[in-house]
Design a protein around this ligand. Structure first.
Ligand SMILES: Cc1cc2nc3c(=O)[nH]c(=O)nc-3n(C[C@H](O)[C@H](O)[C@H](O)COP(=O)(O)OP(=O)(O)OC[C@H]3O[C@@H](n4cnc5c(N)ncnc54)[C@H](O)[C@@H]3O)c2cc1C
Length: 479
């Protein structure tokens, strides 16, 4: 089998290494610069609380994460997000929390009465959204921003109060810059097919309801937190294939192979290298090989975010916290973008007599707020929760995580940027990309990107390209 070096031990790199091993390639090395595995996945346990520093769950609609859990024997550890009332999302608007109208599918209402009854959207806003059925299809295939699309089809109010903060929030993005084609293409397809989102939504919603099939929860996690997934991956990989606390510095050609220089002074020779690092890191690593590719990789912007988890005694929080949490539109002038009611969203996240809340700060529209130190972030989160939920109590537990330049931005033109990157890579057979920057930042997307990299390696090998020679020197050259 070919010798493979994987750079980056987040979920993308770990999934790549595990898939390679499952498919019979034992000769790979996974390099991670930090002392711990998992990258943005990090779970923390204290006094009966389970806190997620980064992702807290994955979408079930894309199946790669559930399938990976099954491959790892973690099926019995999967937990679904709570449903019914516990799944409701609220929106902070004009000084109060409004429940998202029932039947709202991200940007478009699928149920008429709850939408009409909601006091979140004004009557002119509701009427404008209703006119959507008469708005003609867009001509051409030009990349359109989330904001442009929602404004054009459903009006400004739906954009500012629901679609912008909710859908932009998922990507920590500015809706005016977020490419709809690269993030929520279903809405574009719906416009094309049905001429109207409202008509398209109604058609989609109906068959599911009539068949009465039980839908899986929209999000899933693991009983002990998502880090159970990265820990299980590490446990399944041979120790000899794993190197933490070791940074990849550069990749260069070495006859018909690649040489990966590492921060401990050693180098690795490989037939294939998978970069499962943020794209700006990958850019630095390939700079010597192809400066144009490096520039293209750097063109993907990243923004900073932060999360603050706060545990309170239940008796000290008057709000019922029945729901998944709330989002805060930027127009409301607050300093947080959202808050998950973690202990309502998932079971076993807090002791019986406590609640756990997780506040989101920063993103494309308020990056500077996420770059404060942990104490300032915690203070900010407490002040905002006091203003919004009336919580004045001192938390029994507080933990802040800063995520500097952690969220790749799927800006307008993203699809073309990624296509250019992939074209450049075509000239460097044996180099592969995985990770959040290209075809989706969610955990299932990242896992899928690792699987795709392994498939590309296998395909190259099957074609006999640049295969490992039997007289080849050892994989590791100590310099
Ligand atoms: C706050 C937050 C909340 C999120 N919530 C969710 C969620 O609920 N659900 C969801 O699906 N997604 C969520 N995401 C997105 C998701 O967590 C990430 O997209 C995903 O974890 C990225 O995984 P990755 O392996 O591609 O990258 P990373 O996790 O960033 O891993 C890359 C690794 O490469 C290492 N590295 C960097 N440079 C080098 C080098 N030179 N040499 C060696 N190693 C290097 C890094 O240390 C890191 O460990 C969230 C993201 C954030 C920031």
């Amino acid at each position: 089998m070919t010798r493979t070096v994987i750079v980056g031990g987040g979920i993308s790199g770990l999934a790549t290494a595990f898939t390679l091993q499952e498919r019979g390639s034992a000769d790979s090395t996974l390099i991670e610069s930090s002392p711990r595995w998992g990258g943005k996945i990090t779970s923390f346990h204290e006094d009966g609380f389970t806190i997620e520093g980064g992702p807290d769950s994955f979408l079930t609609q894309k199946t790669a994460a559930i399938e990976l859990c099954r491959r790892l024997g973690l099926e019995d550890q999967l937990v679904g997000s709570n449903s019914g009332k516990s799944a409701a999302t609220y929106i902070w608007s004009s000084g109060r929390l409004h429940r998202m109208p029932e039947g709202m599918m991200l940007m478009a209402p699928t149920m008429v009465l709850p939408f009409l009854r909601s006091r979140l959207i004004s009557w002119p806003g509701k009427m404008r959204a209703g006119l959507e059925v008469f708005i003609p299809r867009a001509r051409g295939d030009e990349d359109e921003s989330l904001a442009g699309f929602v404004r054009r089809r459903l009006g400004n109010e739906l954009l500012n109060k629901i679609a912008g903060p909710l859908m932009g929030g998922i990507y920590a993005a500015d809706p005016e810059r977020l490419s709809l084609k690269s993030t929520f293409p279903t809405f574009l397809e719906m416009e094309k097919k049905h001429g109207s989102l409202l008509r398209g939504m109604m058609k989609r919603a109906r068959p599911r309801a009539t068949h009465g099939t039980k839908r899986p929860p929209m999000f899933m996690s693991l009983r002990g937190g998502l880090q159970q997934l990265s820990d299980a991956l590490v446990a399944r990989l041979p120790e000899t294939n794993l190197r933490t606390g070791c940074r990849a510095l550069a990749v260069s050609r070495h006859s018909d192979r690649y040489r990966v220089d590492l921060s401990d002074g050693s180098s690795l020779l490989a037939d294939d290298v998978v970069f499962a690092t943020p794209s700006f890191v990958t850019a630095d690593l390939v700079e010597q090989l192809d400066p144009t590719l490096a520039a293209r990789l750097r063109a993907i912007r990243y923004v900073s975010t932060a999360t603050v988890s706060l545990g309170f005694r239940r008796s000290e929080v008057a709000h019922p916290l029945q729901g998944a949490g709330f989002i805060v539109p930027p127009s409301e002038g607050r300093r947080i973008t959202a808050c998950s009611w973690s202990s309502a969203k998932f079971q076993h996240r807090a002791p019986e007599d406590c609640v756990l809340l997780r506040v989101f700060i920063g993103g494309a529209l308020a990056e500077e707020l996420a770059e404060q130190d942990e104490a300032a972030l915690t203070q900010l989160a407490r002040e905002e929760l006091q203003a919004i939920l009336g919580i004045v109590a001192t938390p029994v537990l507080a933990r802040a995580y800063r995520w500097s330049k952690a969220n790749p931005q799927y800006d307008l033109g993203h699809e073309e940027r990624v296509a250019e990157i992939e074209r450049s890579l075509g000239n460097l057979p044996g180099l592969h990309l995985a990770g959040a920057a290209y075809h989706g930042p969610g955990i299932p997307d990242c896992i899928q990107s690792g699987i795709k990299a392994v498939e590309a390696i296998a395909a190259r090998q099957a074609r006999g390209e640049n295969s490992c020679r039997s007289d080849a020197p050892s994989c590791c050259i100590e310099s």
